[in-house]
Design a protein around this ligand. Structure first.
Ligand SMILES: Nc1ncnc2c1ncn2[C@@H]1O[C@H](COP(=O)(O)OP(=O)(O)O)[C@@H](O)[C@H]1O
Ligand SMILES: [Mg+2]
Length: 327
């Protein structure tokens, strides 16, 4: 994030410094989960949405709430249950007997950061209404389009253990998420840190009590996006992105490789990462750094490979080691 000058309490300008400030701010509430923090920031810079995968109780909700607070953004959370209706997400027209008129009551999707919890527990129709809002950045109720706030990002969680009775997102829809971030369990040291903080009075419901303050805002985000758009790409680096994606289509372990949409996504996330790393041009290492979170949900394993314990990440890691890197 670049940092605006109208806030004397904000740290020195510079994208790297600002990212560190955001990290430090989030670190006041969330222990670890650095890769997820980076991924969320990359997605915000690219106007993308993220899938967060990890077992319950590893601070997915806390992370999104803290990010919203540190960026001075509005946020809402929706628990996707089997009986959730599309209008519970998007909003609906309600009749006002006093005025004898219908008025639109906005659903929770009208926010900056929407935490869509356990998206795979809700039937396809409700999933589709969210995905449509994500793609079009507007909601149509009774034919009238209503634009969503800007910025708008969905962080959707999936529980990796609980597959029974769920509605997995179809590949075509998974592709709509810019990144899939896998949140790991904390290390022993990190978990001790979590407990020590709680023992000292940390209350996850009171972020301001924990000292979390806005260190950047929507205007900074807009400025940062404009800066990312100026990051340059050498033709060899663009070709490298294409070669990697083509290699996924030829991998014997995969029945579906990354689409051109996936290639475009990898280009965008690499660019944002280059900028966050303080560079005005993309290097192959940027592409490598973002390849797994950008592509892992856009490829499909062959059942035989899956049975042998092969994962999307292991296939992609193998391709990164094999596809020639431009110098
Ligand atoms: N890495 C962590 N840092 C800080 N608190 C954590 C961490 N992991 C778990 N916690 C604690 O456990 C709770 C996890 O809740 P939550 O954010 O709802 O997890 P999830 O959404 O992943 O199920 C947090 O509110 C916090 O109290
Ligand atoms: Mg949660």
């Amino acid at each position: 994030m670049t940092v605006s000058t109208d806030r004397p309490d904000r740290p020195a300008a510079g994208p790297h410094a600002a990212l560190e400030a955001l990290r430090a701010e989030i670190g006041k509430a969330v222990v670890g989960q650095d890769a997820a923090v980076t991924g969320l920031v990359v997605a915000l810079l690219c106007r993308g949405h993220v899938l967060l995968e990890g077992v319950p109780g590893i601070a997915k909700t806390l992370l999104v709430r803290t990010l919203a607070t540190a960026l001075e953004l509005d946020h809402k959370r929706v628990q996707f249950t089997p009986d959730l209706m599309p209008s519970d997400v998007t909003g609906s027209l309600v009749y006002d007997a006093r005025t004898a008129e219908f008025s639109f009551r906005p659903g929770p999707v009208f926010t900056h950061l929407l935490l869509a919890d356990e998206i795979n527990r809700t039937p396809p129709k409700t999933q589709a209404s969210l995905l449509e809002a994500m793609e079009e950045r507007q909601v149509s109720v009774e034919g009238a389009p209503r634009p969503l706030p800007e910025p708008f990002m969905v962080a959707a969680t999936q529980n990796p253990l609980e597959y029974e009775g769920t509605y997995p997102l179809p590949e075509a829809q998974l592709d709509r998420f810019l990144l899939k971030l896998n949140l790991p369990l904390p290390s022993r040291e990190q978990e001790i840190d979590v407990l020590t903080r709680h023992a000292a009075g940390f209350d996850p419901r009171d972020l301001s009590g924990a000292g979390v303050r806005p260190v950047a805002g929507p205007a900074d985000l807009a400025a940062a996006r404009a800066a990312v758009a100026k990051v340059t790409l050498a033709p060899e680096v663009t070709a490298y992105v294409v070669d990697l994606c083509r290699a996924t289509r030829e991998s014997p372990s995969l029945s579906l490789g990354a689409s051109p949409r996936g290639a475009t996504a990898l280009l965008a996330t690499s660019r944002a990462w280059a900028w966050l790393s303080g560079r005005e041009y993309v290097v192959p290492d940027d592409v490598k750094a973002l390849a797994l979170p950008t592509l892992r949900h856009r490829v499909r394993l062959r059942p035989e490979a899956e049975m042998e314990g092969v994962t999307a990440d292991s296939v992609l890691t193998g391709l990164l080691a094999r596809v020639p890197v431009p110098r």
